[in-house]
Design a protein around this ligand. Structure first.
Ligand code: SF4
Length: 361
């Protein structure tokens, strides 16, 4: 059955109503979006076609508008804010070039971590501020046993229905089952841009972690990240398709934040406009029904192009050179709520609807 959002197109091109030559949307773009509205999942080539729309063109605007309409319909115009607590920092030997914790980037020379009491305090604060889920993040080589111990303490203090999500390094089946047993609803995991080249981690290892998590009954959220200006349309499309193949409960897009002195600083960063455009293509590529799509860092433009999930951050942050990101790049829950209100979104009250079994791809 045709989706209610289906766009009417007559003739070879859809006229937007402007008289000027060129102020029309290419019918190929209209057709692809209509197919998404009919339940089609875009192929990698079709994703590349959308990603290749010229910046600031009617096609780009049309893609962003269509993604916005599709996402609002799927989510019932509701957005979520997930809080992330960065538990530790240390010079990480995994050396992902884009990360502030990478040992080779020389940002943090000593290891440190929040006390279990501080983690509990921050988690309780996020819960009372209305975060729909709370993420606990560590560097890639942090002790799994210690993470479980801290998690257990937090779980005991949070309300039973507060959603806990683990954002940690790679793990196997046993660890996945222990995460589930301690009370995690899901994980965040991604095959990042340049995985295996700009990181020392094999993409297969990332995917094996996702499989282990899902076999243990954990839901997986993912994102196309961290995107820089040097990434080709082909690599972005490849990562969109890999993310989709994980059958996640949400996807999205995040830009790389330049870490001063890192090898990647020379490439610079993509603009919020570009990020919002990619967010739109990711949303369309995930099909018409997924209720979650994220962007980071939070911005209103992204929320008008198909993003309805933002993160509020405290503690350590791989995109920040501040030890406590709440004094640096991190926004709080209320900042994110305000941005969504500016984008005319309502906010989900209570536990995340995105991290929900019935909403995975
Ligand atoms: S992204 Fe994770 S694994 Fe990679 S360097 Fe940073 S903390 Fe380590």
């Amino acid at each position: 059955m045709a989706h209610a959002l289906k766009i009417k197109s007559t003739g070879r091109r859809a006229n937007l109503g402007y008289r000027e030559e060129g102020m029309m949307v290419d019918s190929k773009v209209v057709d692809l979006i209509n197919r998404v509205c009919d339940g089609h999942f875009l192929t990698e080539d079709e994703i590349i076609c959308l990603l290749g729309a010229k910046a600031h063109s009617p096609e780009a605007g049309f893609i962003m508008g269509a993604s916005d309409a599709l996402n609002r319909k799927a989510s019932d115009n509701l957005a979520e804010i997930h809080a992330q607590i960065g538990v530790n920092l240390s010079p990480c030997p995994r050396n992902c070039t884009f990360c502030a914790f990478a040992a080779k980037n020389n940002i943090f020379k000593e290891s440190s971590e929040l006390s279990p009491e501080s983690v509990i305090e921050l988690a309780l604060a996020a819960e009372s501020q209305g975060a729909n889920a709370i993420f606990f993040m560590t560097t890639g080589h942090y002790s799994f046993g210690r993470f479980l111990e801290i998690s257990r303490g937090v779980r005991e203090r949070l309300k039973p229905d507060t959603v806990m999500i683990a954002n940690i390094g790679d793990f196997g089946q046993q660890e996945a089952e222990r995460l589930k047993a301690v009370g995690y609803r899901g994980i965040y995991h991604a095959v990042r841009m340049g995985e295996g080249v700009d990181t020392s981690i094999n993409p297969e290892t990332r995917l094996a972690t996702v499989r282990a998590a899902q076999e243990a009954g954990l839901l997986v959220g993912t994102c196309v990240e961290p995107i820089g200006p040097e990434h080709t349309l082909e690599e972005i499309a490849e990562k969109i398709v890999i993310g989709r193949s994980m059958k996640p409960c949400y996807s999205g897009a995040t830009r790389r934040i330049s870490i001063p002195g890192s090898e990647m600083e020379r490439y610079g960063m993509i603009s919020e406009y570009r990020m919002a455009f990619i967010v739109a293509v990711v949303r369309l590529a995930m099909g018409r029904n997924l209720i979650g799509n994220c962007t980071h860092e939070p911005n209103v433009l992204g929320a008008t192009a198909g993003a309805n999930l933002f993160w509020a951050e405290v503690g350590t942050n791989p995109r920040d050179t501040e030890q406590d990101t709440s004094k640096g790049r991190g926004l709080n829950v209320n900042d994110c709520v305000q941005m969504f209100r500016e984008a005319d979104y309502g906010i989900v009250r209570g536990p995340s609807m995105i991290y929900n079994e019935s909403n995975t791809l």
